[in-house]
Design a protein around this ligand. Structure first.
Ligand code: NDP
Length: 597
């Protein structure tokens, strides 16, 4: 379908109508925090707690978070000759999100060749174009072993206090396991999506059946395993799953195969495009995996997806497809017509076409017309996390699967025996919450600790009007602390590990440089930080933060996020330009903007 045959006004009206149904005054407050009588939802079902003696000895580098951020930084530090690295992790092993998310069908939506870091260094060939969670978790453990990061790791440990001690130029670290020790440097990658949340549905605590959050999958109750073995204990169960985001899309087909009856409670449908996963052929892999291959693939994906002009598309997936369409639409404009409004209009056309295709796909798969209509997503593709799956929509053709569409309102009530939507009661044995993770809450709440920098300065106070940093990594007043995350850097959301691997490289270079120069402290100057923040303010916010989008965590549930959110942006010229800039900044060797003392 070409853009000219689309009734764009009608689509635009429909998008706004569907958005308006979902707007609510309580925004993020609609979710409940998992504490007090709900705290049991956070327990680790996977690894028993091992008793250990508290740590008291000094370490050169302590890293908070044992996901990709900590693993990559640990690896690069070791390569740079900094052996003394201690990773602190609240889970029972490395893996971060891949430690917790073991629900059946969990898989990465970004191609494994670029998503799984350090493949070249560890010599691992991913088995599939889109790897499943057990393989990614095993890879995290492989990195941990390969770089000997297990030796000093502190698992099932939550940092409670991080305080800069100026006299010794060190950080003091205290944890919930009685550890009390110092580190010359700290790194922080506590993850953007790691605090599970439950919907604040009235009566949620009154349910007497079984219930759990998808990031704490209860295989004891369901049977089966993360590799996809049938969940035999659900054969006589009526199960409700609340939520239809990326997680639900992946586990619904597995539940559909196992449950006596599955009720899928939907508030907003996801856009579900073709997955087309393929095993990786070892011969093909050997032909592409020549020295430096992973860096080339990373750069190629980013160039295709975020602001570059690559001639080839090595990854060829749903992310690069949309970007390709947008570029093609813009290329069709005569040179003199390439104004910002025209380019945005071309972008909108490409998006409408893409979403029409995704909606048409539902009709080709789902047999019941009413169910098909309710599974169609009415918003621009990047308003919500795009999903890709070849068995999700098909699951609604199974006679034991029912879509309970709440018409944008959400589940009305939960009682002792089940759920209520539009006045109708649905009795169930089990409720699975695929309700996502806290986003947009303040750093201190999500991390579980505050940082106390020089002269008692609290990070929560310093960032009360928004994030201030250089490169998203260095914060004035917090010497020798490195934040490893995408915001105010490349902000490449389609492949988060690319942001992290570059940050890891930077940290290792800086720490080695300080060591060679006999310096004890690294800190960004106030001027350099201010200049970087001013540069960030010239960036256009992501389209996904647009108030026209249907509410979700991408746009603060459709409410004005306030002026602080204006700083949650990336390098104005895009991810490819940022990585080039960063490489030049590192190679110059004077690390402009940082003071070494
Ligand atoms: P999401 O936040 O994306 O989804 C939560 C779901 O719960 C939404 O469908 C939401 O509806 C629904 N919900 C919330 N409140 C209610 C209510 N009161 N009644 C009914 N439904 C409700 O969480 P996910 O765990 O699915 O995904 C989180 C993120 O994790 C993804 O966006 C992605 O970034 C990442 N992820 C990545 C994967 C991958 O790479 N393969 C796989 C899984 C997750 P509504 O949309 O209306 O708010």
């Amino acid at each position: 379908m070409s853009a000219s045959t689309l009734d764009k006004d009608a689509i635009r009206r429909k998008y706004l109508q569907e958005r308006d149904k979902r707007l609510r005054a309580d925004g993020n407050q609609q979710y409940v925090q998992l504490k007090d009588q709900l705290a049991h939802y956070l327990e680790d079902p996977y690894t028993p707690l091992k008793p250990r003696a508290p740590r008291t000895s000094h370490v050169t580098f302590a890293f908070i978070g044992g996901g990709f951020g900590g693993l990559c930084t640990g690896a690069r530090l070791k390569e740079a000759g900094i052996e003394d690295v201690c990773i602190i992790e609240k889970a029972g092993d490395f893996g971060g999100t891949w430690y917790w998310n073991r629900y059946p069908g969990a898989q990465c939506d970004t191609a494994s060749m670029i998503y799984m870091p350090l493949l070249e260094e560890t010599g691992h060939m991913p088995t599939e174009k889109y790897a499943h969670a057990p393989e990614i978790l095993a890879h995290c453990q492989r990195i941990g072993r390969h770089y000997k990061l297990y030796d000093q790791a502190l698992f099932h440990t939550e940092v409670k206090e991080l305080t800069w001690e100026q006299a010794d130029a060190r950080w003091r670290i205290r944890t919930n396991r009685g550890d009390d020790f110092t580190a010359q440097y700290i790194g922080l990658a506590t993850g953007p999506l790691h605090v599970p949340k439950l919907p604040g549905i009235p009566g949620i605590e009154s349910f007497k059946g079984h219930s759990f959050h998808t990031s704490r999958w209860d295989y004891e109750y369901t049977g089966g395993d993360p590799l996809g073995a049938p969940m035999t204990r659900l054969a006589d169960k009526r199960v409700a799953i609340i939520g239809t985001g990326a997680t639900s899309v992946q586990c619904v087909p597995h539940l559909a195969r196992s449950c006596k009856q599955l009720l899928v409670f939907q508030r907003t449908p996801s856009s579900v495009d073709v997955r087309n996963n393929q095993p990786i052929d070892p011969q093909w892999f050997a032909s592409v995996a020549t020295p430096g291959w992973q860096q080339r693939w990373l750069e190629n994906f980013t160039a295709n997806q975020a602001g570059g002009n690559a001639e080839v598309d090595l990854v060829q997936d749903g992310w690069t497809d949309l970007a390709r369409r947008i570029r093609a639409a813009i290329a069709k404009l005569p040179r003199e017509a390439r104004t910002v409004p025209n380019m945005l209009a071309a972008y909108e056309d490409a998006d409408y076409q893409k979403m029409e295709e995704i909606r048409a796909r539902v009709d080709t798969i789902v047999q019941d017309q009413e169910t098909a209509a309710r599974l169609k997503a009415w918003y621009r593709q990047l308003c919500k996390r795009p999903c890709f799956h070849d068995a999700y929509l098909q699951a609604f053709n199974n006679p034991n699967v029912t879509l309970v569409d709440t018409d944008g309102k959400g589940v009305e009530r939960i009682d002792e025996t089940g759920l209520v939507v539009a006045g109708k009661h649905y009795p169930v044995d089990c409720i699975i919450y695929a309700s996502g993770f806290e986003v947009g809450t303040e750093y201190k709440r999500r991390a579980g600790f505050d940082l106390t920098g020089r002269d008692g300065l609290k990070l929560s106070e310093y960032w009360s009007a928004g994030m201030h940093s250089k490169h998203g990594m260095h914060v004035h007043g917090f010497p020798n602390a490195f934040f490893v995350q995408p915001t105010q850097g490349a902000n490449l959301i389609s492949n988060v590990p690319h942001n992290l691997t570059e940050a890891a490289r930077t940290i290792a270079i800086l720490v080695r440089h300080a060591r060679e120069q006999g310096k004890r402290e690294i800190e960004v100057t106030k001027e350099a930080e201010d200049a970087w923040v001013a540069l960030m303010l010239t960036a256009v916010g992501r389209m996904t933060q647009s108030p026209d989008c249907t509410p979700g965590y991408y746009n603060n549930e459709g409410l004005d996020p306030g002026p602080a959110a204006r700083l949650n942006v990336g390098y104005p010229e895009g991810a490819t330009a940022y990585f080039r800039y960063l490489e030049a900044w590192r190679s110059k060797g004077d690390f402009e903007g940082l003071a070494f003392r």
